[in-house]
Design a protein around this ligand. Structure first.
Ligand code: GLA
Length: 350
């Protein structure tokens, strides 16, 4: 127990404070979760690869462990990312030796949604129903849907309609949870336009879409004006907003566009200078100031992990010529102590 006030309690009047958690080490974080968080997201344990590695063979052991812990802590769960182009078994896209038909894929999504909702509905308050279905760079000459949607197996086999199918199934089996579309680089104006098209189309198709999940992974310096504009644009679609995967790389502190990183940027990244690591906390303060100012539309801010001892960013190569290095992207340090910025975030919430 630390002697600072609770982050989650201090932010009750603004939004929930969430963290992504993993089955393998959630026990080491229960004290921090109890004290500072009031939402959790299973990092990988609700994806197809974890819950249905083979068609019809459900494996819920790791997921159950997270839900048991959340229940014991009195915390509800943001369920994350079943329909996604990653971490899904190849069986989804095949029918024997042939490619699966859209109808077969929709039946599979429906059966999966039913199984997960029957098991976890009581403890889930929101779902990321579909994750990252929008394309990052539009290929030259592409037009129509090919200029909006990621060229995933789902898209190749079904066109964009798999997204509506996933929302319809989740609505049927989880009528009381909020349904979200979730994506990254969501403040990039071009990609934002494509995300807006996706959401408008879903609504035109009569799907219930309650919210948009802004991932907010920062490898580069945040553009705070573009963040505000994005919040306004997404909220303008009548959506609730969750910040779903917030974390801040050392590279985000360099103060200039690091893509592609220069040789100097890479040396600075490798050096992990204490002043750069400390500057991550300033970015958190600025981001939270903006999130607070939009608390009429933002209901939850989740960091992608709890403390710096375990973060996906450590293993991630952000660019071909940038190495993976130890990162310090979260609000608690490698020893699970709250960083100095937490007291400042709490003071700012008064
Ligand atoms: C994406 C996904 C998350 C997670 C992160 C990196 O943002 O939405 O589930 O896999 O990548 O770990």
């Amino acid at each position: 127990m630390s002697n600072i006030l609770s982050l989650a309690k201090s932010y009750e009047k603004f939004f929930k404070i969430g963290a992504a958690v993993a089955c393998k080490n959630i026990d080491s974080y229960t004290d921090i979760l109890r004290e500072h968080f009031n939402s959790v997201t299973p990092e990988n344990e609700m994806k197809y690869i974890s819950t249905e590695p083979e068609e019809g063979k459900f494996t819920f052991g790791d997921t159950d462990k997270i839900f048991d812990t959340a229940r014991a802590l009195g915390i509800k769960v943001r369920a994350h990312a079943p329909v996604w182009h990653n971490q899904t078994g190849g069986w989804m896209y095949k029918d024997g030796d042939k490619p699966a038909s859209p109808e077969l894929i929709y039946q599979r999504i429906d059966a999966h949604s039913k199984a997960l909702c029957e098991r976890y509905n009581n403890d889930v308050y929101a779902w990321d129903v579909v994750n990252e279905a929008v394309i990052d760079e539009v290929p030259e000459g592409a037009s129509g849907d090919a200029a909006i949607y990621r060229d995933s197996e789902y898209f190749k086999l079904c066109g964009a309609d798999f997204i509506a199918a996933a929302f319809r199934s989740m609505d049927k089996y989880s009528p009381n949870a909020q349904l979200f579309y979730n994506d990254y680089n969501e403040c990039d104006p071009q990609k934002r336009g494509r995300i807006v098209s996706l959401i408008k189309r879903l609504k035109e198709q009569g799907c219930r879409v309650d919210g948009f999940g802004m991932q907010q992974h920062y490898f580069g310096t945040p553009d705070y004006d573009e963040l505000k504009r994005s919040i306004e644009i997404y909220a303008g679609l009548g959506l609730r907003l969750h910040i779903t995967e917030l974390d801040v790389s050392i590279m985000a502190t360099f103060g200039h566009n690091v893509f592609p990183p220069s040789a100097e940027d890479i040396e600075r990244l490798k050096a992990s200078r204490p002043e750069d690591i400390a500057a991550i906390e300033d970015i958190y303060l600025k981001l939270f100031e903006i999130y607070r100012s939009y608390s009429d539309v933002i209901d939850c801010v989740t960091t992608w992990g709890v403390a710096d001892d375990y973060t996906w960013m450590d293993g991630f190569v952000p660019h071909d010529n940038a190495p993976a290095v130890k990162q310090y992207p979260l609000l608690f340090d490698i020893h699970h102590a709250p960083k100095a910025c937490i007291s400042k975030l709490i003071a700012a919430a008064k």
